[in-house]
Ligand binder design. Structure first.
Ligand code: GTP
Length: 215
């Protein structure tokens, strides 16, 4: 684990949204804080994990975040329709925010209810990133999808003149398995809010995802 105090990018706030049982995480709305190590540069993150059962403050989530991850299950057409209407709403209410569309549960191909081409067409229409993956199966796919998404946002921010901030050198150690677990869909106690910071590079995060799946 690295705990260097290099200047980092400004904090990136991401809201994770999706229909019920698509594999976002656990019950309730949770806020996770962490620092990802991307290309050697610390990237402070605040991740709001919203629950389908929590209707309240959805407007607040829309305004709070810089970027959005919209998750659906490839086995549930309804969840895809929910994702499609959410992306449309985001395009109207947060037109400059970057969106990542994630089709989860790709390990259940025999139960597929949403064709990949439907989702990629939707993503193309709204210029969002898109990946199909299985949070239960491929940790690399999850890490790769998030990495490239976050790197693009950081680059866009850089070019649009958003100033870099400095992250506190006091980056304390703690587990972020729950943050990563929120996109893995493992059975475990519900995640709790995380208020401490940790710096993880890609390899470390992949290992962590593997470990958290074994719990
Ligand atoms: N087969 C498979 N199951 C998954 C995958 N991801 C999550 N699940 C399962 O899907 C179910 C729902 O996962 P959750 O993470 O609770 O879903 P959620 O989106 O947080 O659900 P809400 O609490 O309703 O918002 C659980 O039984 C998970 O184990 C996956 O990639 N493949």
């Amino acid at each position: 684990m690295r705990t260097d105090d290099k200047p980092s990018a400004a904090t990136l706030r991401v809201t994770v949204m999706g229909g019920s049982q698509v594999g976002k995480s656990g019950p309730g709305n949770m806020l996770y804080k962490c620092v990802l190590q991307l290309d050697g540069i610390p990237q402070p993150m605040e991740i709001m994990d919203t629950s389908a059962s929590c209707e309240e403050s959805s407007d607040a989530h829309l305004q709070w975040a810089d970027a959005f991850v919209v998750v659906y299950s490839i086995t549930e057409k309804d969840s895809f329709q929910w994702a499609a209407s959410t992306i449309q709403e985001l395009s109207e209410r947060r037109p400059t925010a970057r969106v990542l569309l994630l089709g989860n549960k790709s390990d259940l191909g025999h139960l597929r209810d949403v064709e990949e081409v439907e989702a990629s067409t939707l993503a193309l229409r709204y210029s969002t990133h898109f990946s199909e993956l299985s949070t239960a199966e491929s940790c690399e796919a999850v890490v790769d999808a998030l990495d490239s998404y976050i790197k693009e946002i950081r680059s866009l921010r850089h070019h649009s003149g958003v100033n870099n901030g400095n992250v506190s050198p006091k980056q304390r150690k703690m587990s972020v398995t729950r943050m990563l677990g929120s996109l893995i869909g493992r059975h475990s106690p519900p995640p709790q809010p995380i208020t401490e910071l940790i710096v993880l590079d890609k390899e470390e995060r992949s290992k962590l995802v593997r470990c958290s799946r074994q719990i």
